[in-house]
Design a protein around this ligand. Structure first.
Ligand code: NAD
Length: 256
């Protein structure tokens, strides 16, 4: 379905981004990965579907590196047709205890990076009159939780940015949408599970159960595969007129 299309997925060496990159490659897209950590492992998985998949090590807190990565995607893959803004980090603390440096990093990586990537990639999409931008926001773009000030602010911001970019391109073949996952058991959330287990003095399974019971009525984690299936759908012709949407995949979290 995506044969002939190219995709840049930020933060795709792990978790949700890796799941989306794999699904786009399985559907025929040429893929550029980005992110830190197990780069070789991620590349090996994606290369089973796209043998020419490449990785760019841009730090998503650095605007010049983001622009250079988009230019490299256009030069080496031929275009940047699908942009998935997924890279993200978390820090959990009440506002008086929240380090200012963590606030700046979360706003840079979880929000400003999407603006810089969009700014670099949109002109090429507009020339070709086709593009798909998928911003991985969160239920925390729609509702808040205590102790996540920077994350909630960034995720609310990226949903606003999604709407503006969708409107600016509403009469074109470029759609811009946000996906809003609830709890997904990735390294980002495992840290919070571990912290909960330590705080409550319970084992990891019980900590997972408590986290889910608090927020996610299905009592099931959303999976990267489920989010990837939605991302593939958003790239399909069936989604041509979905514009500026924030789609929650959250086991009922924001229905409450
Ligand atoms: P993860 O920790 O598994 O993956 C994060 C990815 O971002 C990794 O590839 C990491 O290397 C990359 N990254 C981090 N800082 C970077 C930087 N400065 N430059 C480049 N890459 C960087 O986390 P995840 O849970 O898969 O999160 C992915 C996205 O999904 C994030 O935007 C997160 O906010 C969002 N999200 C996650 C959940 C969840 O429950 N896990 C829920 C809602 C939204």
């Amino acid at each position: 379905m995506l044969t002939g299309k190219t995709a840049l997925v930020t933060g795709s060496t792990s978790g949700i981004g890796l799941g989306i990159a794999l699904a786009l490659a399985q559907n025929g897209a040429r893929v550029m990965l980005n992110g830190f950590g197990d780069v070789d492992g991620a590349l090996a998985q994606v290369r089973r579907h796209d043998p020419k998949a490449v990785h760019d090590g841009a730090d998503m807190s650095q605007p010049a590196q983001i622009e250079a990565m988009v230019r490299r995607c256009e030069a080496e893959l031929g275009s940047c047709d699908i942009l998935v803004n997924n890279a993200g980090i978390q820090h959990v603390a009440a506002i008086p205890d929240f380090p200012a440096e963590r606030w700046d990093a979360i706003i840079a990586i979880n929000l400003s990076s999407a603006f810089h990537a969009l700014r670099a990639a949109l002109p090429g999409m507009q020339r070709r009159n086709w593009g798909r931008v998928i911003n991985v926001a969160s239920v925390h773009g729609l509702v808040a939780s205590a102790n996540k000030s920077a994350y909630v602010a960034a995720k609310h911001g990226i949903i606003g940015l999604t709407k503006v970019a969708a409107l600016e391109n509403a009469t074109t073949g470029i759609t811009v949408n946000a996906i809003c996952p609830g709890w997904v058991l990735t390294p980002l959330v495992q840290t919070q599970v571990d912290a909960r287990a330590a705080a409550d003095g319970v084992d990891i399974e019980e900590a997972k159960r408590r986290l889910l019971a608090e927020k996610q009525p299905s009592l099931q984690f959303t999976t990267p595969d489920q989010l990837a299936a939605l991302a593939v759908f958003l790239c399909s012709p069936g989604a041509d007129n979905i514009r500026g949407a924030a789609i929650n995949v959250d086991g009922g979290w924001v229905a409450q």
